[in-house]
Design a protein around this ligand. Sequence first.
Ligand code: SF4
Length: 420
Amino acid sequence: MMREYLLAPILQHYARRQAKNLTFSECDDSVEKTISSNESKHAALPLYVHIPFCKSLCPFCSFNRYLFKEAEVKTYYSHLNAELGFYAEKGYRFDSIHVGGGTPTVRTDMLASFIDKAKSLFDLAIIDVESTPNEITDENIRTLKSAGVNRLSIGVESFDDAILKDMGRPRYKGVDALEKIKMAKGKFNTVGMDLIYGFPSQSAESISNDLGLFKSSGADQITLYPLMPGPNKNTAIERRFQKTALKSRSVKKRKFFYDLVRKNLLDSGYLQLSAWCFSKNRDDVEEYINHSGEYVGIGSSSISLLNDIAYINTFSIRKYGERLSKNRLPTARYKRLDRKEYLLYNLLSSLFGMRISDYSRKDYRIMKNELLLLDLAGIIEKKDGGFRVTDRGAFYASILMEEFLSALNGVRETCIAQQV
Ligand code: SF4
């Protein structure tokens, strides 16, 4: 079987090439017409909602996010409601909503009103919201709970104060983050937390300590994100992070940390729901990131996938508002995927979700070389009428997604800089 340190660069190159091939064109009216016609009368889909505001901006972050300004947030929600209403009017149905950002809980009262509106339009089984330790208060928990939020994910990133400082996130102490999780625990069906690993200053001891604190916190789920570079960072502090992220990207080091966290959590009885997510409960859902079918994203910079079109909303808050004020969709870029491109995207998400459903004969013919190679490399194996990712394959599923998202970070940063 091919050695890790040979296989990893081949897969990295492949993922980067796929991301590079995703060249988007400027939207024309045909995109809006296709979305408006909702020809296929979709089954219920997942809905992603982007709230692009944060109380302070972390230098390692490549998401579309802007410094919180009260008035802007209020206006943004009125436009978000208009975009949501558009999809309802065209007959789209959503059964789950994932609110990310940014920090969706910068104004929890406005978020709750938005969720109320979404509930009045759609039958939502899952209402999932991201937050940060600073926004977890008794009052916010009550507001989110009474709005019907049933999954809360808290971006802790680390419990280690020195690492938090290195991350440019010294706004809370590890001990406070732990208290916030304990405060939220039991109030929602699932309370999850995020940790980032791979900072050069992070040791095996520090990450093991973080995992120990996660287990003691009583949180139901943990998602471990590798530190990912953003190649087009602008400010000096951001560029320092870019260098930091690149320094810690040797395959050997990434595998060491990945194996460490995976073994630690599996040995403690956690189940692996995706390459990065572990939970005590098999029925827990992972974040929308491993959803491999169609979905709609609303809000500035959100990405959607409908039929064979992937399209992105404008990254500019101003343009977002202007378009919706004129009763136009805020779409900015799109790409029509051919069947092979669609199946490759689907394969990446499925590998990340650790399970690949069976293919139709026609699709299998299109994908047989990729599946054969993954099988020969010991990354997947046949199981129950489909394929599953092997123990050996988990790390490779992780680096494939990491490379793809890192490349996407670059696209995002360019779009933010140019206010596409
Ligand atoms: S990491 Fe989270 S809190 Fe920090 S800037 Fe990005 S979205 Fe905002």
